[in-house]
Design a protein. Sequence first.
Length: 204
Amino acid sequence: MGYGFRKQSKRLATSGCAKRDEQFRIICSLVLIMSLESPVLSIDCKKKEQLGNLYREGKCNCTKVIKVYDHDYEHLSEGKVIPHGIYNLQANKGYLTIGSSSETAGFVIDNLFWWCKYGINQYPDAKNILLLCDVGGVTSFPHHVFKKELMHFAAEAGLSVIVYHYPPYCSRRNPIEHRLFCHVHKAMSGVIFDDYQTIQKAIG
């Protein structure tokens, strides 16, 4: 009869983008050209979490049952966990910073400054840097604060910054999603975020 116990599959797009294929072709061309002597970085923020003895999906190795609150009320939280990642395509290396307040343009730029302090040494002839971002969030193209912060970053770093956004509803195509965040998700599965040191150990 064709019946079976099946899980739903998220394959229907809620919206489309008229120039989606063209955008992907431009991204591929930019990555090929820029990666010859300039860094290509994929950046994004992972799902925000709450700090404290609160329930989290997943399982982990432990010697006894971990007891957590039966409800995830906000007042039970002891803080915020804002994971922001930077993935270097050429080096195949990822970097994760855990914020404790909000996802802001300043937070993203601070992380880029940190990467530039150490990572730019791999590109002695670099005059440009390519950033691949999602179309939403603080790195979206209408976000004027992010643009202003990028200008400050470019001036301080002495680099020309090129930002290219993935089409709407294509965030999973961003390299950081399947090269860094998938591993972070596995490492964090079932781990209770009782303090920031625990998070650091889990993803370290």
